[in-house]
Design a protein around this ligand. Structure first.
Ligand SMILES: [Fe+2]
Length: 120
């Protein structure tokens, strides 16, 4: 009998332009028991550090068009619609690898007026 190890965490540093890349399996929705028939939308957790460990942002990335976002108390804990939109990635056909991988772009802003909202 063999076992399979699934890596559920990754770590990277951005390049000089602040870009990063992860290759992973797209997560699915999962039930979380917060209320009746409660499902979390597909998401990926991010924990980011700026120039020091004191500048940290924890957030979640969501996928465009996921109907569960409308029902998710965590996603909707960010009251401002424009701020919520900054937590939704964009499908990137140009970066998609044919026959292998879809690509999504997710810009994360650590500080300022367009900061990516914090999420637990
Ligand atoms: Fe999660």
């Amino acid at each position: 009998m063999s076992s399979t190890s699934i890596r559920r965490r990754g770590r990277t540093a951005t390049d000089a332009q602040g870009r990063y890349k992860f290759i992973t399996v797209k997560p699915g929705a999962y039930p979380w028991g917060n209320h009746s028939n409660a499902w979390r939308p597909a998401h990926i957790h991010f924990s980011l550090f700026g120039h020091s460990f004191l500048s940290r942002l924890v957030t979640q990335m969501y996928f465009p068009g996921d109907p569960l976002m409308a029902y998710d108390p965590i996603f909707n804990s960010v009251g401002d619609e424009k701020a919520r939109a900054r937590m939704i990635s964009r499908f990137d056909l140009a970066a998609t690898v044919p026959d292998w991988a879809l690509a999504y772009e997710f810009d994360i802003v650590l500080r300022g007026r367009n900061q990516t909202p914090a999420q637990p």
